[in-house]
Design a protein around this ligand. Structure first.
Ligand SMILES: [Ca+2]
Length: 271
């Protein structure tokens, strides 16, 4: 099994998607050494001017959380992402001894600009400006917020479908769930030329996803599939090239794709 590496990295930014009054941007980064890992993260600007607390609750309900910015590469991608919005809330808040993210994680990466308050009497939260620099403001001030959600995919070497599912689960991941064309394109882009890969779809009386156990509603079969050709084609393989799917014998070894999701974590109690 190959390891994730970072010898090559490509990033591209998807078109802006508008959801109601919120504005989303998706950033995709892929790292490959033999095996590729793709991280797809969507950040949503909530344009309304509200307190950090409001933003935390709104992002937690509607997305995953107020955004965590834990690396310079991620911070760099945000430069210019929200032009005309000024400074926007990210998830960072001052605790008694350290700065923490909404999941309670202590921050280790910072990108403070030159103007930072060190008032011990204020409840301070962080905003990011269009230049990527951070500053801190009273958490009750009214600013737009940036929410995040996302998932990542890993391409793994050949195994049977059952082994593939177990292998993903051993890593706290799931065999990939493809709910729409958007995700299908992301997953297909991971495959080496002419390769095919197992996805998390299998069949009992219906086709269902192994992560949720739910019936598949988006299906992307190749014409003529599924055909259960030899009576034992109970699983689905993702085909390269056109991105369509075919049922295949479960014991055949194929590449497979695991998926991890950013978890919604309980909010910390301090507010
Ligand atoms: Ca078939």
């Amino acid at each position: 099994m190959g390891r994730m590496g970072s010898s090559s990295e490509s990033n591209k930014q998807r078109d802006v998607v508008r959801t109601g009054s919120d504005i989303s941007k998706t950033f995709k980064s892929t790292a490959c050494i033999g095996v590729c890992v793709t991280f797809t993260s969507t950040y949503t600007l909530v344009k309304g001017f509200e307190s950090w607390f409001w933003g935390r609750n709104y992002c937690s309900e509607k997305y995953t959380s107020l955004m965590t910015v834990d690396s310079s590469s991620l911070n760099d991608k945000l430069k210019g992402a929200w032009s005309h919005s000024g400074k926007v809330w990210i998830g960072l808040r001052a605790g008694l001894v350290s700065w923490t993210w909404p999941d309670g994680e202590e921050a280790s990466y910072f990108n403070w600009g030159p103007v930072v308050s060190d008032s011990p009497y204020e409840d301070l939260c962080a905003v990011i400006s269009d230049s990527g620099a951070w500053t801190n403001l009273n958490c009750s001030l009214l600013r737009p917020s940036v929410c995040s959600n996302g998932s990542h995919f890993t391409l793994e070497s050949e195994m049977s479908w059952t082994e593939a599912r177990a292998n993903c689960e051993d890593k706290n991941l799931t065999l990939v769930h493809i709910p729409d064309n958007f995700t299908n394109d992301d997953v297909r882009s991971l495959l080496p030329s002419r390769a095919e890969a197992w996805i998390g779809l299998s069949r009992s009386l219906i086709w269902f996803w192994s992560d949720t156990g739910g019936r598949a509603t988006f299906l992307n079969w190749e014409p003529g599939q599924p055909d259960n050709l030899s009576g034992n084609e109970l699983c689905a393989a993702l085909l390269l090239g056109n991105g369509t799917w075919s049922d295949e014998p479960c014991e055949e070894p194929y590449y497979f794709i695991c998926q991890g999701r950013m978890q919604k974590k309980p909010l910390s109690r301090r507010s």
